[in-house]
Design a protein around this ligand. Structure first.
Ligand code: PSV
Ligand code: MN
Length: 406
């Protein structure tokens, strides 16, 4: 069944059928770096059983997929996940039921990048960063990945440190140089973040900058919305709506935040915000009168971008998958026909009630039923905890050096 049909069921259809897409259409991508030891600048608390190699990160992603059934791709971070033989690595993942997802470039850790990468004042450093991202395009070609994701740590720490206008010119010019190296079926995602590591100005600081740069670079360049990369109180769902209207929403780096770029589990702090974002996506998928947004919404990549500093990593990712599924299922329950009618007649309270009621619906029993019908555990989180796999993995991975951000 085409995606648009499967999300466009009328409100009279049984709820279990209306939310079916959250189980059979939704695909969530796992981050290889979500399985490794991370921390804050104040310290790292290593955990037992953490992967030591890129292959073991794939093993862990495959484990999450066995329990959830909807996480069939794993995103890589280069150079953290660099291996010698990319086709063999992709084959290793495929044997475990996984595709290689987005190839995330990393031009923020080398000493050379202290003053930036694509926006650096030195042409030599900019050229090095361009080469690093072109390598990601090559890795995408070699692994069958469909996305090269660019997030830059570029920016300045003090007023006057560099010329902000020229930094923007350098950014556009260098991305244009990289762009022709994208394979024909691979998209470039440009991810923004308001601050950090730069503390005064950030070169790709918000969706407007990312969007206008993408337009200057080419059709295959789209914006990545990391839900943790906004100032307090920003209306993220409206950003999503605008990018959908323009056909330039590439994907998400999903996580939740209370204060900064906290990288907490999806929906763990503000599940209503997650629902409101889900509503914009489902609403666009259902909107036959806006083909640009409809197509864009159907191609969105839902990646998790989390760090698990104190909590066990595999169950945390499973919880995020379940939280996103619940938000999507609730969005699928919104009675769109009634909502359009309320909006058209200016019935403010009824329009809001329709959303609020969908959000208040407990979809967990329905999702459990759908999972069982697909031969998956009704509660993947509990099933994983009860499986004994975590203990077995910790015993099997004793020794060696656990992976981190390096
Ligand atoms: C930057 O904070 C970011 O969100 C980018 O997506 C990086 O690739 C990722 O975090 C690293 O965890
Ligand atoms: Mn991110």
């Amino acid at each position: 069944m085409p995606l648009t049909e499967s999300v466009a069921r009328p409100a009279t259809t049984p709820a279990i059928e209306r939310i079916g897409w959250a189980m059979s259409g939704l695909a969530i991508e796992l981050p290889s770096w979500g399985f490794v030891n991370t921390g804050t600048r104040f310290g790292v608390f290593p955990q037992p059983g953490v992967p030591r190699t890129a292959f073991e990160k794939v093993d862990d992603a495959a484990t999450v997929n066995r329990y959830t059934g909807i996480t069939g791709s794993v995103a890589l971070h280069i150079p953290w996940d660099r291996v010698d033989d990319w086709p063999a690595f992709a084959a290793y993942a495929a044997e475990r039921g996984l595709r290689i997802g987005g190839i995330n470039s990393n031009t923020f850790q080398d000493q050379d990048y202290k003053l930036g990468s694509l926006c650096h004042p030195s042409a030599a450093v900019r050229a090095k960063a361009v080469r690093a991202i072109i390598e990601c395009c090559e890795i995408a070609a070699a692994t069958g990945s469909k996305v090269v994701k660019v997030w830059l740590g570029d920016g300045t720490n003090y007023p006057g440190q560099d010329d902000m206008r020229w930094r923007r010119h350098r950014l556009v010019e260098n991305l244009r140089e990289i762009y022709p190296h994208l394979p024909a079926d691979v998209r470039m995602f440009l991810e923004y973040k308001l601050y950090e590591p730069a503390l005064y100005s950030t070169d790709v600081q918000d969706w407007g900058q990312a969007f206008s740069v993408c337009r200057a670079v080419g059709e295959q360049a789209t914006v990545c919305v990391d839900t943790g990369h906004h100032a307090m109180g920003v209306n993220i769902e409206q950003i999503v709506a605008i990018l959908l209207a323009e056909g330039r929403l590439g994907g998400f780096d999903l996580n939740d935040k209370k204060y900064g770029d906290d990288d907490l589990m999806v929906g763990s702090i503000d599940p209503y915000q997650l629902f409101r974002i889900a509503h914009e996506l489902v609403n666009a998928m259902r909107d036959d009168s806006d083909p640009v947004a409809q197509r864009c919404a159907s191609e969105v990549v839902y990646m998790l971008d989390q760090c698990h500093n104190i909590e066990p990593k595999i169950p945390a990712l499973i919880r995020s998958v379940m939280n996103l599924q619940e938000a999507m299922a609730k969005a699928l329950l919104v009675d769109r026909a009634a909502l359009l009618a309320a909006q058209a007649t200016g019935d403010v309270l009824e329009a809001n009630r329709l959303l609020a009621d969908a959000f208040a619906t407990d979809v967990r029993p329905l999702l459990a039923e759908l999972r069982t019908a697909r031969g998956l555990p009704a509660d993947p989180y509990r099933a994983y905890l009860d499986s004994g796999e975590a203990e077995a993995r910790a015993a099997a991975r004793a020794g060696g050096t656990a992976a981190g951000w390096g």
